[in-house]
Each structure stands twice: as structure tokens, then as C-alpha cells.
Design a protein around this ligand. Structure first.
Ligand SMILES: [Zn+2]
Length: 85
């Protein structure tokens, strides 16, 4: 099962930097060189409430939910922690 973070990284790698595919992968360059841009981009990427809302609380997923598994019923990290208790 892929996480949202991995999905986003794959998407970045496909697009590349400035539209150019490159090595090392764009996701790694962005994470290391400009983590803020990476986080902002990830938020934008998740900014689709229909697709990326938590199925428990309805909150839109954020960068904190980078490890949330990509599924029809995503659970945000906060709800996941509640469920683990
Ligand atoms: Zn939630």
C-alpha cells in the first residue's frame, strides 16, 4: 500500500524540476534543498477535500499525514493515534 507521501513523491518525480525529468529524483532534491516548498506543494496536492479528507473526522489531510495510506478511506494521523489508544 502506497502512502500519500510516496504518491506525492512519485508525482514530483514524474514532473521533474522545471518540467525536466532528472536524477536524483525531483522529490529528493526538493525535500533536501527546499523542504518548505516541498511541504507547501504537498499541502496543495492534498487540497482536494473530496479526495483527501479523513474518513473519520472529515478534516483535509495535511503534511503531517504524509504517512497516511492511500485508500478509499484515509485516516488522518490524529484519528489514527486515537484509534491506537
Ligand atoms: Zn481524522
Amino acid at each position: 500500500m502506497q502512502t500519500f507521501g510516496e504518491y506525492y513523491d512519485d508525482m514530483l518525480d514524474e514532473v521533474g524540476v522545471g518540467g525536466l525529468a532528472c536524477l536524483p529524483p525531483a522529490s529528493r532534491i526538493l525535500k533536501e534543498m527546499d523542504p518548505t516548498a516541498y511541504n507547501v506543494g504537498f499541502s496543495d496536492f492534498l487540497d482536494d477535500p473530496n479526495r483527501f479528507a479523513c474518513s473519520e473526522c472529515g478534516d483535509v489531510l495535511t503534511y503531517d499525514d504524509v504517512d497516511v495510506e492511500l485508500s478509499d478511506y484515509p485516516i488522518c494521523s490524529a484519528c489514527r493515534k486515537l484509534g491506537e489508544k
